[in-house]
Design a protein around this ligand. Structure first.
Ligand code: TYD
Length: 188
């Protein structure tokens, strides 16, 4: 099966009617230093939760002079079992990805290299997250519209997902998603 067919350009979500909360997950962490081989953070520590149900997870770090290591474990670091992993790379400057929501799928997004921004909207609230460290991940529950943009050169967007790919799980029209959300189909 070919997976290279061009997709319609993701519809740009209109600016929110509520002021977006801006999470700058990576800022200021350059100053953190930890002994080699020691975990730098508790795996359950969270950067503040957002109103959309999305949250930035401060992942465990095993710092080492040979190179640092971060890991993700199902049902522990993240609240679902990982059934699929995919990644976005070679994203041309100015491009955006996403532009959809999922009926059931939960996802966990990591800037494995470089940086990008993730705009999320649950039908009532909008937030924008900036990911620029490979030890932060953004948890996105079901029924959240997302758009990913502002990719830096050479960035890699690593995504862990709760289910295999299923086109019928997508809302690709924002109005359709919004109607379902307003009818009460929301992430818990
Ligand atoms: P899509 O989820 O729309 O990409 P993005 O959200 O990153 O913009 O998927 C783009 C295409 O890639 C789509 O036609 C189907 C294919 N695809 C797969 O075959 N398997 C996958 O796991 C994913 C995520 C996409």
């Amino acid at each position: 099966m070919s997976v290279t067919q061009p997709q319609p350009h993701a519809r740009r979500l209109e600016p929110p009617d509520v002021a977006p909360a801006v999470e700058r997950a990576g800022q200021g962490d350059e100053r953190r230093r930890h002994p080699a081989g020691r975990r730098s953070s508790d795996r359950r520590s969270y950067v503040p939760s957002g109103r959309t149900g999305c949250r930035v997870v401060d992942l465990p770090r095993v710092n080492d002079p040979r190179g640092n290591l971060t890991f993700v474990e199902s049902q522990d670091t993240i609240p679902f079992s990982i059934e699929r992993v995919y990644y976005l790379y070679d994203v041309p400057g100015g491009e955006s990805r996403g532009g959809h929501a999922h009926r059931q799928l939960e996802q966990f997004v990591i800037a494995a290299a470089g940086s990008f921004e993730v705009l999320v909207n649950d039908g009532a609230h909008t937030e924008r997250f900036f990911l620029n460290r490979s030890y932060y991940g953004l948890y996105i529950p079901r029924m959240v519209w997302r758009e990913i943009d502002e990719f830096s050169s050479g960035s890699v967007c690593l995504v862990m997902a709760s289910h295999h790919y299923d086109e019928s799980d997508y809302y690709r029209e924002y109005d359709e998603f919004l109607a379902a959300s307003r009818a009460g189909d929301r992430a818990p």
